[in-house]
Design a protein around this ligand. Structure first.
Ligand code: ATR
Length: 286
């Protein structure tokens, strides 16, 4: 059994918090595979050796999380320049690594994960004429900007505490992106159809993201990338105001789908059972 076992893992530093093993091992059991997915702490200085040694360790690939997403992309680009997915190359960050003919390949499934969750949560949403406001300008914000820009929205306001970082994203990425400081939010919110929190604010142990929900139009959608707690204060306030909300957990579940398919050859589904399993785990830790 162990000899023919298909293996994959998630790497990060630290890695203790990761729910990826719960998700992938659920799918492994569901499909009756002789496979295992675990988490491995990898220090930044060990990253290159780890990725170059994947095949030797019997691994089909791995997910990559903080702080390795950008460096992992550079390592794959150096060893196999044609092994980057267009999205990973565009975002200059990788979260999924696999082997093709023994060569390292890198993808970025965060955009897919966010947009798939968003579309499933709001099936009637159409990109045409939509004005989107994204708060934050880190890696997650970059992926969400790419998703809405590709969907064809009319305007993306990128509001960040450090305006320079929002300006960098606007300069590097295609799309109708307007960088702003957080102080511009009162002016922007009445014109916002979709508001997204792409910062870590609202996460357990962090201060909440304080946004005046009454400034948003009554048809607005509010999405959060934070999933612990499952319902952030931002989402609870939006619901109180009667707005549609999109939880962050769905992004985590959907971004895992393409990696599982690359490593194990089966495209898994995000089912209510899987969602329940991960929700319970998050509830216990919050
Ligand atoms: P990730 O890659 O997960 O998106 P990140 O690159 O650390 O993480 O980005 C975190 C985001 O949260 C940034 O936009 C950060 O704002 P700055 O660019 O000004 O640092 C934002 N953020 C974190 N703490 C914040 C706070 N207390 N107030 C406002 N924004 C905050």
């Amino acid at each position: 059994m162990e000899k023919n076992m298909q293996k994959a893992c998630v790497i990060g530093w630290p890695i203790g918090h990761s729910r990826s093993p719960l998700i992938h091992n659920h799918w492994i059991a569901e499909h009756g595979l002789n496979a295992r997915y675990d988490k491995r702490p990898v220090r930044p200085e060990e990253l290159e050796d780890f990725l170059l040694g994947l095949a030797g360790m019997g691994l089909r690939g791995c997910n990559v999380t903080i702080p390795h997403k950008q460096r992992a992309l550079q390592i794959v680009a150096q060893t196999n320049p044609s092994g980057l997915s267009p999205m990973a190359a565009r975002l200059q960050a990788a979260n999924t690594i696999w082997l093709e003919n023994g060569k390292l390949c890198a993808g970025n499934t965060d955009v897919y994960g966010f947009m798939e969750n968003f579309r499933q949560s709001c099936p009637h949403w159409r990109a045409r004429d939509q004005k989107v406001t994204i708060i934050g300008a880190g890696g997650a914000a970059r992926a969400i900007v790419a998703g809405f820009a590709d969907a064809g929205v009319e305007r993306i306001t990128l509001a960040n505490r450090t305006v320079r970082k929002a300006e960098q994203i606007a300069a590097q990425m295609d799309g109708p992106i307007h960088p702003q400081g957080l102080e511009s939010l009162p002016m922007v919110l009445p014109e916002t159809d979709v508001l997204v929190n792409a910062t870590s604010l609202g996460m357990t142990g962090q201060p909440p993201l304080d946004v005046d929900m009454t400034a948003l139009p009554a048809h607005a959608i509010v999405a959060d990338i934070v999933y612990a707690p499952l319902r952030t204060q931002l989402l609870r306030q939006a619901e109180k105001r009667g707005l549609n909300v999109v939880e962050g957990l769905g992004m985590l579940l959907h971004q895992a789908v393409p990696g599982f398919e690359k490593w194990f050859g089966i495209r898994p589904s995000v089912t209510p059972q899987l969602r329940h399993l991960v929700e319970e785990d998050i509830r216990q830790s919050c």
